[in-house]
Design a protein around this ligand. Structure first.
Ligand SMILES: Cc1ncc(C[n+]2csc(CCOP(=O)(O)OP(=O)(O)O)c2C)c(N)n1
Ligand SMILES: [Mg+2]
Length: 660
């Protein structure tokens, strides 16, 4: 796999074998060492050998650093990690190499980014030259900026940090929806934009790729609400500081940042870049010990007097880096525990006291009954939005709840405690709670195992519940599920994740098309796993092009394209003719994208027999290929949960205005 032909560069003089080596996916958890070979193969312009101690190579956002220690969950729930480096790398860099472009490339590698998702444009070409010149960084050309952003999002979910590079305004405004999604999901994503020539700032010139006004701030203003930090780098004096502040802020805040870099700066040497970047040492946040003690005391008293308390994990377990602490608490107290739908993948579903997804009326069977009838519940990192609360229909009472947010604990209607880290709180509470298995025992007594889908008649049109029975059988610790917005949310939510199986979806933002880019990025971040993506036809129509990039990257994901002829989730909320979409020949489309280059296999299935055969091929003969299976199902064939949820969301949406 080569990217040299995408962005032509004078740096690109490597021999084939070396190029191949460069392109091989780096093992996710490997420490990255600069080898003399890769250096010399990189660029004839690099003349000095740079020796970097191994400690330097520890990635801040690497999978290793971000993975839950218990490895029961496949996603990296603990997000980015702050690593204090204990040795300073050697500094020798030739003065001609002391450039902004090189610094940014090295900095990205250092924090754990070994792939950046990019779309070239004249404002970022020189920068891309410098990024591709870094042997440990791959520049992955995407078909459009939205997908590049989604890919960086998928990558960040696995590696703890992701990056994309786009061009001024036309690229910037195209990627912004993906950046907003990453903001909503608390993902550190470094969005780099090639910006105007430094000499054009402060003039009244009108530049191409703008809306035709002599104002370069439009893109910046758009990014201000969807990033936690913006750096407009248009002079070399403070470029070092601005870039480093932006990158470290993304890691500290777990949010996207925007870095605009003037197109004429990346290749100019400057003394601030004359040494290898010193690895970040991000100071960890600390709990206020007095507040922590008081909160633990109050919570222990509250929960220890309850008869049948339960635990519920929420999506902010990830940003709080508290997944492991949550499991520690579950182990210690013995309560039944469940997860909110948006926390799927963050808690181990194989835990003996796990009772499923708490999602009000559409919860796993027997789960909501146990949670809502408990006399006390601890929610760790919840987000109660209109969707996760099933149209505000949860039967919860604040006075029964301990709500633990990443830095705050509220017990009942009060008291409230601030400046407390969730993971410290959960760990300390684990030592103070009396063991109480009552809620789990109650659950166990009433529990009746799930039924199986009705057995299909020979050649009977495939049903969605039959499809997901087979998807379930595909899952293992070597797979990860990506679930697109739509009925796939509900069907995938019911999958039982084996130990180590990853799971990602975009529940807060819910932007259709996300999963194509996210599958690309996630698979790139963790090449040893097989990604299984479940994508509706409507969503796929938004972002389908980047199957192309998956093929260029030699990915071997399995995509189930669920062709139900429309926007079924919307049908169940509120139907109209706008929910019917044009039917495409999806396998034909993917075959056309494949066009004989790369390893791709497609199949269209209409019944269980064909599905079984397709899965057999995808996991056998074609296991090294990108496998695209178009599954044709009836337009009204949905999960039962969607039907219930849709009615409730519909009634929440159609609440009349309050009388004024
Ligand atoms: C960018 C964006 N535009 C519009 C929507 C509204 N929307 C939510 S789901 C959906 C339809 C999804 O259809 P499909 O992918 O076919 O899934 P299905 O419901 O049929 O399973 C739409 C249009 C959205 N979530 N995001
Ligand atoms: Mg559909």
């Amino acid at each position: 796999m080569r990217f040299g032909h995408l962005v032509t560069s004078s740096y690109n003089t490597t021999a084939d074998s070396e190029n191949d080596q460069h392109a091989k996916p780096a093992p996710c958890n490997a420490t990255h060492l600069l080898h003399y070979k890769s250096l010399t193969s990189l660029s004839p312009q690099i003349t000095t050998l740079i020796i970097i101690p191994t400690t330097m190579a520890t990635n801040i956002g690497s999978l290793d650093a971000s993975k839950a220690a218990n490895s029961d969950v496949g996603s990296p729930p603990n997000g980015t990690a702050s690593v204090v480096k204990n040795s300073v790398p050697s500094t020798a860099i030739t003065s001609s190499e002391a450039t902004l472009g090189r610094h940014l490339a090295r900095r990205l590698v250092q924090v754990g980014v070994s792939d950046v998702f990019a779309v070239p444009g004249d404002f970022n070409l020189t920068l891309l030259d410098h990024l591709i010149a870094e042997p440990q960084l791959k520049v992955i050309g995407c078909c459009n900026e939205l997908n590049a952003g989604y890919a960086a999002d998928g990558y960040a979910r696995c590696r703890g940090v992701g990056a994309c590079v786009v061009t001024f305004t036309v690229g910037g405004l195209s990627v912004i929806n993906a950046i907003a999604g990453a903001y909503s999901e608390n993902l550190p994503l470094i969005c780099i934009v090639g910006g105007p020539n430094t000499n054009d700032f402060g003039t009244n010139r009108i530049l191409h790729h703008t809306i035709g006004l002599p104002d370069f701030s439009q893109e910046l203003r758009c990014f201000q609400t969807v990033t936690c930090y913006q750096a407009v780098v248009n002079n070399l004096e403070d470029a070092h500081e601005m870039i480093d502040t932006a990158v470290s802020t993304a890691l500290k805040e777990s949010k996207p940042v925007y870095i605009s870099i003037s197109c004429n700066l990346p290749g100019i040497p400057h003394p601030t870049f004359s040494r290898e970047p010193v690895p970040f040492s991000l100071s960890p946040k600390l709990s206020n010990q007095m507040g922590l003690d008081a909160a633990v005391e109050a919570a222990a008293e509250f929960l220890n007097k309850a008869v049948k308390p339960v635990l519920v994990g929420g999506p902010k377990l990830r940003v709080a880096k508290a997944c492991e602490a949550f499991v520690e608490l579950a182990d210690a107290c013995g309560y039944a525990f469940s997860a909110m739908p948006s926390a799927k993948g963050l808690v181990p579903e194989t835990h003996p006291h796990f009772i499923g997804t708490f999602w009000g009326a559409v919860s796993t069977a027997f789960c909501a009954e146990i949670v809502e009838s408990a006399d006390a519940y601890l929610f760790a990192g919840p987000i109660f939005n209109d969707y996760s609360s099933v149209g505000y229909s949860l039967l919860l009472k604040k006075e029964k709840a301990v709500i633990v947010q990443p830095e705050r604990v509220v017990i009942g209607n009060g008291p409230a405690f601030g400046c407390i880290l969730m993971k410290d709180f959960l760990k300390a509470l684990a030592k103070r709670l009396k063991q109480n298995n009552t809620s789990y025992e109650n659950y166990y007594r009433i529990f009746v195992p799930d039924g199986q889908p009705v057995k299909a008649e020979p050649k009977e049109p495939l049903r969605v519940n039959v499809l997901f029975k087979h998807v379930q059988n595909l899952l293992s610790g070597e797979t990860a599920v990506i679930a697109e917005t739509g009925d796939s949310w509900f069907n995938c939510q019911k999958l039982k994740l084996p130990k180590g199986c990853g799971y990602e979806f975009q529940m807060q933002y819910g932007s259709i098309g996300w999963s194509v880019g996210a599958t690309l990025g996630y698979a790139q971040a963790v090449p040893q796993k097989r990604v299984i993506a479940c994508i509706g036809d409507g969503s796929f129509q938004v972002t389908a092009q980047d199957v192309s990039t998956m093929l260029r990257c030699e990915q071997k994901s399995i995509i189930f394209l669920i062709n139900n002829g429309g926007y079924t989730i919307e049908v169940e909320i509120h139907d109209g003719p706008y929910n019917v979409i044009k039917n495409w020949n999806y396998t034909g489309l993917v075959d056309a994208i494949h066009n004989g280059e790369g390893k791709c296999w497609t199949a269209k299935v209409t019944c269980e027999e064909e599905l079984i055969q397709a899965i057999g091929t995808a996991t056998g003969e074609k296991k090294d290929c990108l496998c695209f299976i178009e599954v044709i199902v009836h337009k009204d064939d949905t999960s039962k949960e969607l039907l219930e949820w849709g009615s409730r969301v519909c009634s929440a949406n159609s609440r009349p205005p309050n009388p004024q």
